[in-house]
Design a protein around this ligand. Structure first.
Ligand SMILES: NC(=O)c1ccc[n+]([C@@H]2O[C@H](COP(=O)([O-])OP(=O)(O)OC[C@H]3O[C@@H](n4cnc5c(N)ncnc54)[C@H](OP(=O)(O)O)[C@@H]3O)[C@@H](O)[C@H]2O)c1
Length: 334
C-alpha cells in the first residue's frame, strides 16, 4: 500500500499533530498477542508514514506500552507529539481496577511514566478517568503544576462529562478530551462534544474502529485469554451476532467509496466532527503495519452527506453498553 500524505491539525493552539494518531494500547496484548519485535516495528512504521501523535498510558501492559514507545523514541523523540495518561491502576473493568486522581499522586505517576518513556517531558498528559472522590479542580491543579515546571506541555482529560470539562478548563486550559467515539458509540455527541466545540478544546476519539467491530477482520472467536473485549456487554454472547450484522451498511458505503470498512469508520468520524465544529484526531490501534497504513489512508477518504446520514442511525441499534460499568464512561454520569 502506498502511504498517503498525512496532514497536520492544530489540536490546541501550539499543539500541532498528525491528523490521525496511533493508539499504543495495541502494542500490548489487549486485543490478541503481539511480540515486542512486532510492536516496535508497527510503531516505527506509523512514525515513518507521518503518524506523529502517539497515545499511550501508564496502565497499558502495566507500563510495557510506555517502555516500548520509549524504545522507538530513543532517537526519534523530536518527530512525535507524545501523549500519556495517569490515574488508573491495574485490574480489569469491574474486577479491581481503581482510579486515583489525588493531587499528591499526580507527580509520582508522571515521574514513573517519564522514566519508562525515557523522555524529559510529554506533550499531552491526560487524567485517564475522573476520580469521583476528588474534586476535578484539585486533580487539574496538580497537573497544572507540571505544566509550569515544563514536564508536560498540555493537559487532557479522558471520559469527562461536559460539566467536568468546564470545571477543569476553568482551572487550567484543557487541550483535548479523549473519549470513545465511533459509528457504534455516539453518546459523546450529546453533551461533551458540544462543550469541547464551544470551549475550543480538541477531541481525540478512541476506539474509532469500535475495538475491531468496524472491520471485516473481526471474529468473535478471537476474544480469548486476556482480551479486554470479553468485559464489554456489546461483545457478549447475547449481543455480538446482532451487532456484527450492523456492519452491512458500513460495508456498502465502503464499496461505494472505494474504501475499506475501517477507513469508512474513520472518514465518518471526520465528517461528523466537522459537522459538530470540533477539531478531532482519532487514534486507531492495530498490531499490524499494513493496517496502520490502511487506517492512515482514511484521511483521504471523503464520504458524501448521504453516506454519512446512512451510517448515523447505526449506534442506536447496537445492543449492549460500551462499558461494563456505565459510570466508568462519561455517558453514565451526564
Ligand atoms: N482513554 C481511554 O480510556 C481509552 C480506552 C481505550 C483505548 N484508548 C486509546 O485509544 C487507542 C485506540 O483504541 P482501540 O485500540 O480500542 O481502537 P480501535 O482501532 O477501534 O480498535 C483496535 C482493534 O481494531 C482492530 N483494527 C484496527 N484497525 C484495523 C484495520 N484496519 N483492519 C482490521 N482491524 C483493525 C485491531 O486489530 P489488529 O490489532 O488485529 O489489527 C484491534 O483489535 C488505544 O490504543 C489507546 O491508546 C483509550
Amino acid at each position: 500500500m502506498t502511504a498517503v500524505p498525512m496532514p497536520t491539525v492544530d489540536l490546541a493552539p501550539g499543539l500541532t499533530v498528525s491528523a490521525q494518531g496511533y493508539g499504543a494500547m495495541s502494542l500490548t496484548p489487549v486485543y490478541g498477542p503481539i511480540s515486542d519485535e512486532a510492536a516496535l516495528h508497527t510503531l516505527a512504521r506509523a512514525i515513518d508514514i507521518g503518524i506523529t501523535f502517539i497515545d499511550t498510558a501508564n496502565v497499558y501492559g502495566e507500563g510495557h506500552s510506555e517502555e516500548l514507545v520509549g524504545r522507538v523514541l530513543r532517537d526519534r523523540r523530536d518527530e512525535v507529539q507524545l501523549a500519556t495518561k495517569f490515574g488508573l491502576s491495574r485490574g480489569t473493568p469491574g474486577a479491581g481496577r481503581s482510579i486515583d486522581g489525588h493531587p499528591d499522586s499526580v507527580r509520582p505517576y508522571l515521574e514513573a511514566s517519564l522514566g519508562r518513556l525515557g523522555v524529559d517531558h510529554v506533550d499531552l498528559y491526560y487524567l485517564h478517568r475522573v476520580d469521583l472522590s476528588v474534586p476535578i479542580e484539585d486533580t487539574v491543579g496538580a497537573m497544572a503544576q507540571l505544566v509550569a515546571e515544563g514536564k508536560v506541555r498540555y493537559l487532557g482529560l479522558s471520559e469527562v462529562t461536559a460539566d467536568e470539562l468546564r470545571r477543569a478548563h476553568a482551572v487550567h486550559p484543557i487541550a483535548a478530551v479523549q473519549s470513545e467515539w465511533s459509528i457504534f458509540s455516539r453518546d459523546v455527541e450529546r453533551a461533551v462534544v458540544p462543550a469541547a466545540a464551544e470551549l475550543g478544546v480538541g477531541f481525540v476519539p478512541y476506539s474509532p474502529v469500535s475495538r475491531g467491530l468496524l472491520s471485516d477482520a473481526f471474529d468473535p472467536d478471537q476474544i480469548v485469554g486476556g482480551d479486554m473485549r470479553a468485559h464489554f456487554p456489546r461483545f457478549g454472547a447475547d449481543a455480538i451476532a446482532h451487532n456484527l450484522t450492523l456492519r452491512k451498511e458500513v460495508r456498502a458505503v465502503a464499496a461505494e467509496a472505494n474504501a475499506t470498512t475501517p477507513q469508512v469508520a474513520l472518514a465518518w468520524l471526520a465528517a461528523v466532527a466537522r459537522r459538530l465544529g470540533v477539531v478531532s484526531v482519532p487514534i486507531p490501534g492495530t498490531r499490524h503495519p499494513q493496517r496502520v497504513e490502511e487506517n492512515a489512508a482514511a484521511v483521504a477518504v471523503e464520504l458524501t452527506d448521504e453516506q454519512v446520514d446512512r451510517l448515523d442511525g447505526l449506534a442506536e441499534q447496537v445492543i449492549g453498553n460500551r462499558s461494563a460499568d456505565p459510570t466508568w464512561v462519561s455517558a453514565g454520569r451526564e
